[in-house]
Each structure stands twice: as C-alpha cells, then as structure tokens.
Design a protein around this ligand. Structure first.
Ligand code: ADP
Ligand code: MG
Length: 711
C-alpha cells in the first residue's frame, strides 16, 4: 500500500522477511506459511487478541479475582486421576515469596509434562480464584503461560500488553512476537501518511506509523479499551483508513459514472399515469407516494437514475415499479421488468397484463424456456419497439436482446442477481434509468458498502389492514398439531401453502420430497383440494395452477421454494414450512411474506426436524422473535457473518482486514461522509495535498474497479 522508495536506512516495505534480524531460511518458511513474505505484509498481520501482563506481582501478593502476571519456577507437577478417566494437571509454581497451584482440565499429557518440567521458569497470567477443594489458598485455572528463558524477564514478555498472533506449528508465540517487534520498530516508520490532515484532526486519528506500531504493541494504559471494547485509537485508525478507501471508491464511481453517461430526461406524471391511478383498486400508501416522488425526480434528470428500492416483503413494490415503467412508456420509450425466476416473471406479467390491456399498452413476457420461434418474434418486437413493456427473467439481458429505446429497467428482487447482472442491464440501450428493488432488507451497514454508489429509497410502511403474522414452531413429533391448525384455517375458507426444502444436490430428490408430502396431504385432507407446484412443470401448467390457487380453486398448495418470491394471494393465511431448520433466514422470511397479505390473521408454521444445528436453532428463534425484515437481516448477518451473507462471490463485497461490518457501523457512516465530501471537493484527487492519498487509492483499487483511467 505504500511507496517502495528506499529510505536512508536502505529499507523498503517490500523487503523480504528473510532479511529481518532473527529470521533465517527456516523461520522464513514458517512465516510464508502464515502468508507473510514481505515486511509490509507483516505489518498488516495484526494480533488476534492481547494479554494483559501489565500488572506484575509476587506470588505472595496475589489476590483473588485480579488479573495479574507473575514469574516463577515449577516446583512440582502432579496429575490427579478423577473418575471416568478424567484428569487434572496441577503445576506448583514458586518464587521467593510463596507458591501457587495452576491447573488444567484439558491437556495433552506428554506435551505438558515436557513443557512444565521441574525447575522451568514460567511467566503466568490469569485471575487467581479460591482453591475449590481445599477452600483456602489460591489457584489459577487454565492460565496463559509463557516459558521464560532468563531470570530477568524480557519486557516483551512481562510488564506490558502482549500481542497474541495466529501462529503455525514450529513457530512459538514468543519467537513470533520477537520478530514482529523488530519488524514493527524498523518498518512502521516507513509507512507514509495518506489521510488528509483535516480528516485526521476531525476524527482524532493517530498517524499511520503510530497506528500500526500501537496495534501490534499497545502502550500501557490502553488495556481497558483493548480488552473490553476491543478498540483503541490505533485500531480505530486502521479500520477508518480501510473503510475510507472503500467509500472513496464508491464516491468516485458515483461521481464519474454520473458525469459520463447521458440519460434521457422523462416527463413524469403524464396521462397514462393518471389513467392508471384511476384503474387502481386502492390508494397508494404514504411510503409509496414518497418513494415514487424520489423516482419521478430522478427520471426527470438527464443523468440516469441509479436507485435501490428497499422494501420488506409485501410492502407494495410492484405498483411502484409499474408506475415507474408506465412513465417510460408514456414518454414513447420502453420499460423492462426483470425478475429472478420464471414463476415470478409470469406472476408479474399476469398482474400487469390486465392493466396494460386497459391502457392500450403492449406488454410481453420473455423467458428462456420459451419456444424458439415465439422468442424470435418477441425479440423482433422488442427491437422494433412494438413491445412497450417487456417482463422477463435474466433472459432479458442476454445476448441478442436489443431494445429500440429502453427508458427504464426495473430489477426485482435484486439480491437474487449478482452485481454483474445489475450492471449488464444498465448497458442495454442508451443508458436507461435503473431501479433495483430488493425485499431482503439488508442491514444499513451493508447497504452503505454494497450499494454505496446508489441512491436508496425505503418503503417503510405496509399497506393498510395488514395483520402481523404469528409464527409457531413445531418439532417433527408435533407435526400433527401443525396440520390440525392448518385444517382449522381451511375450514374458515382460507388457503395454505406447504413448502418443502430444496435439496441442492439433487433435483430429483427434491421432487420426491414434495411428491411425498403432496400424497400425504391428499390422504390427510380428503375433503380439501390439494395442488402441487414445482420448477419442473411446464410454464402453462404452472400458470394454470397459480391462477387456480389465486381464484381459490385449491385450498392447499404444496410447493418447492419456487414460490419464495413475489407470489401474491391475499386469501392464503397459512405458510407451513417443512424442515424449516434447513432454510436460510432470508428465505424463511421471504416465504413467510407470502401470507399476511390480506385482512385475515395469518400464520407461519415452522416444522423443524431435530437435531437442529446451533445456527438452525438461532434461525428458527429469530423468525419467532420478529417479523421485521430489517431485524431479521441484522440477525442473519450476525449468525452468518458478512462473507456468507450475500454470498461473497456474487456480492462484490470487498474483503476487509481490519473492519467489521457489524461492529463498525459508526465508522462506516463517518468515512462515507468524509469520502463523498472529499470527492466533491476534489473529484480527481488532483490537489497536491491529496497525492499520497491518490497513490494509496490507486493501490487499493488495483483491478477492483474499472475506472482507473479517470485518475
Ligand atoms: P412486494 O413489495 O413484496 O413486492 P407486492 O407489490 O407484491 O409486495 O404487494 C403486496 C400486496 O399488497 C399486493 O397484493 C398488492 O396488490 C397490495 N398492495 C400494494 N400496495 C397497496 C396499497 N397501497 N394498498 C393496499 N394494498 C396494496
Ligand atoms: Mg415483489
């Protein structure tokens, strides 16, 4: 990340670790194993925890419950046999003021006996407790112990806050620490500052060299912060610079793509919209009006809209999309609505088509499963502009699809697509406006990093009359109870979904499960109409089944997760999920969102098959605790961690070394403000004061983003 200029010392951050004092070829190999090849890499290799060895006492002075460190000699080693082959290792340590016993319940006997040979000099850290058996005297259970080589202990090992690194077999903590000390002393001073002075002052950030030095070897007095909050000024600085560069990238991308892509300003609130609103059976919610306001403002601009619409399941995103699309059509341009699954595309089409017909607008459905001849004709229509509104799956952005003049592309359920696809549709036609919609409300911190270059609107209000969904859990043994409940609802004239898990490895097994459940339900509910839907059915068949269910011709719809997104049948009030423990949290929330869409009380019945994994338990619990998509998303992020959350591969999420997307939300906000303001002031980082920043930024970007040539 830094300049490679040799300094007066002749050292460079790119120096190979082999040339560092104390590192011979053998140790170099071990360090390579840890991914450490250059001095610079080592600086970025920060401790994963710290030990407070600052309070040094004599054994005679030790007190109960106080974190202390002392030095002493092993005077006795003893293994106590307990029942059921359990053992305790007791090591007595002595100095000139007394003795204390340190104990392990879990240990490798051979290794420990060797390590704690009588006469060996130790540095022991821990909290003494009252001896459990004797009831008097002190002992320390599972202390941190370092072997000390000299009577006069090295200040690196005692009397300070000790960094603990991830290490590898054959490389002792103590040796690694000694190497890191030399390295930090010699190389940290070579790190050049790149954060502008005013940003550093405003945010109380130490300079880079200090930040790295103190992150490796924290000065005395920072224990509290380190060990309790895990944040010192030095650490904050490293998190800050990492997130700052990330936000700078987003700010930069946004600034420059906006300037360079001319879009088409649209006239909004035209005739078609007014006619459509008269056709609608309900009033728009306040949130829908607010969001449409944002969108209309964007559409009127000559720079293309790039907006993310965030709205929980059932918040009414489709209408917002449709009104926006009709605006494009009203301006003589085309609209495209893209959905992640064929089924959802079909649903959208079925919902939209009647309106379009009434308005005299030509809408068409394009899917990849379509017969070639039909598809060819359709593509022709799209190319010539006879199709005004195209609804489809990703087939809409594949090669060979050309729009005559695409005014607006709406991407529904964006979380199902990768980032690349989002960008691909942006390239159709002459820079269309783009609206991306997602129902997996992602936590704000992630939104600010993943979609940081977009404008964001939130549909934060549900259409009126919605009842909260009650979520109940049944273990497999209580499955009958769940079905009794379902029966009662059907008796009242309501409808139910029964969803079976997708077994990734085998679609046929998947099918077998739904088929079994389908047959079982037909037997259980002889008086009810049970229907079955899954991804293997023909499109016409699927459409017919969905239409029938919507009309109330079936009471129970057994399904695979094909119904996960977008399906809308207000009379359905029960969502029973088989093997709920196998589903991800976002998916469970989506599925639950299929009910609670009308004025009746709705229920989500989670049938779980023990034994549940810890994560499985947490997910089921999270579902019972909340119906709020944002809370669920936060939980999901907690359970899975940011890497998995979006599926790293498709998320475009850069990997973070220092920052933690959950913990560091405040710093994300600050860096975002600072970075966007800086790019506003100095769009190309041309200011002489920003030259170090520019170099660091270029290095950070690497091949990450393709706008390097602007700099
Ligand atoms: P989602 O945001 O999950 O895509 P939908 O657009 O499918 O939600 O809307 C969910 C349901 O709410 C649909 O039945 C839709 O017709 C209905 N709906 C949308 N907006 C309103 C509104 N303003 N008033 C009443 N019902 C609405
Ligand atoms: Mg939807």
């Amino acid at each position: 990340m830094q300049t490679t200029d040799k300094t007066k010392t002749g050292r460079s951050l790119k120096d190979s670790i082999q040339y560092i004092k104390g590192v011979g070829p053998k140790r170099a190999l071990l360090l390579h194993k840890l991914g450490l090849e250059t001095a610079e890499r080592c600086l970025y290799f920060i401790p994963h925890r710290y030990e407070d060895r600052s309070r040094v006492k004599k054994i005679g002075e030790l007190a109960e419950g106080e974190q202390i460190t002392f030095q002493g000699k092993v005077s006795d080693v003893h293994i106590q046999q307990l029942r059921r082959r359990r053992k305790i290792l007791e090591v007595t340590v002595q100095d000139d003021t007394g003795t204390i016993c340190i104990k392990w319940f879990k240990f490798n006997e051979k290794y420990m006996k060797e390590r704690y040979a009588i006469g060996r000099l130790l540095i022991v850290s821990g909290k003494p407790t009252r001896n459990r058996y004797k009831g008097e005297g002190l002992e320390i259970i599972h202390p941190d112990v370092d072997i000390s080589l000299e009577e006069e202990a090295d200040p690196l090992d005692i009397g300070s806050i000790i960094p603990i690194y991830h290490t590898t077999e054959g490389l002792y903590q103590k040796s690694l620490r000694a190497i890191m000390k030399i390295l930090v002393d010699q190389y940290a001073p070579l790190l050049e500052e790149f954060l502008p002075g005013d940003i550093r002052r405003r945010n109380h950030l130490p300079d880079r060299a200090t930040a790295f030095r103190e992150t490796h070897f924290p000065p005395l007095g920072t224990q509290e912060n380190l060990l309790i909050q895990f944040r010192t000024e030095a650490q904050v600085r490293l998190v800050f610079e990492e997130l700052f560069l990330l936000q700078l990238g987003l700010a930069f991308k946004r600034k420059h793509t906006q300037q360079e892509e001319p879009g088409t300003p649209l006239k909004t609130r035209g005739d078609t919209i007014h006619r459509f609103i008269r056709l609608m059976q309900f009033e728009l919610t306040g949130a829908q009006i607010k969001v449409l306001g944002h969108i209309m403002d964007d559409l009127e601009q000559s720079r293309p809209m790039n907006r993310l619409l965030h709205g929980d399941v059932g918040s009414g995103k489709t209408i917002v999309a449709l009104i926006s699309l009709l605006t494009a059509v009203d301006n003589g341009m085309q609209g495209a609505l893209m959905a992640p699954t064929e089924l959802l595309a079909e649903q959208h089409y079925m919902n939209i088509q009647p309106f379009c017909e009434a308005l005299g607008i030509r809408a068409q459905l394009l899917t990849s499963a379509m017969p070639a001849k039909e598809k060819k004709a359709l593509l022709e229509n799209i190319r010539e502009g006879t199709t005004q509104l195209a609804v489809g799956t990703h087939a809409l952005i594949q090669k060979g699809v050309e729009f005559q003049k695409l005014g607006l592309a709406v991407i529904d359920e964006q979380h199902r697509f990768g980032v690349l696809q989002r960008e691909a549709i942006g390239k159709k036609g002459v820079y269309p406006h783009v609206l991306v919609m997602t129902a997996t409300p992602i936590p704000r911190s992630l939104a600010m990093t993943l979609y940081g270059d977009m404008d964001v609107s939130v549909l934060d209000e549900m259409p009126p009359g919605r009842q909260p969904i009650q979520t109940k859990r049944y273990y497999e043994s209580q499955r009958d109870k769940a079905y009794t409940f379902l029966k009662k609802e059907i008796g009242k004239g309501r409808q139910a979904y029964v969803v079976c898990p997708l077994i990734e490895e085998s679609e046929t097994m998947d099918l077998k499960t739904v088929l079994e459940v389908y047959e079982d339900l037909q037997k259980r509910f002889p008086e009810a109409a049970v229907a079955l839907i899954h991804g293997k059915l023909k499109k016409e068949e699927r459409q017919r089944i969905m239409a029938n269910f919507k009309k109330g011709k079936a009471d129970i719809l057994v399904a695979t997760t094909v119904i996960e997104v977008g399906i809308d049948v207000p009379n359905a009030t029960v969502m029973l999920i088989e093997h709920a423990e196998r589903f991800g949290l976002a998916q469970l929330h989506q599925l639950r969102g299929r009910v609670g869409r009308g004025q009746h009380n709705s229920f989500c019945l989670l049938v779980a098959y023990p034994p549940l994994t810890d994560d499985g338990k947490l997910r089921v619990k999270a579902m019972m605790d909340s119906c709020d998509g944002f809370k669920i998303a936060e939980q999901d992020l907690q359970i899975r961690g940011p890497g998995d959350f979006m599926g790293t591969r498709q998320s475009g999420m850069p990997s973070l070394v220092f920052a933690d997307i959950i913990r560091d939300i405040k710093i994300i906000e600050t860096t975002r403000k600072e970075a966007f303001a800086l790019i506003d002031r100095d769009p190309k980082l041309a200011n002489p004061e920003h030259q170090n920043l520019k170099v660091a930024f270029q290095e950070y970007l690497g091949d990450r983003l393709d706008f390097m040539d602007i700099l």
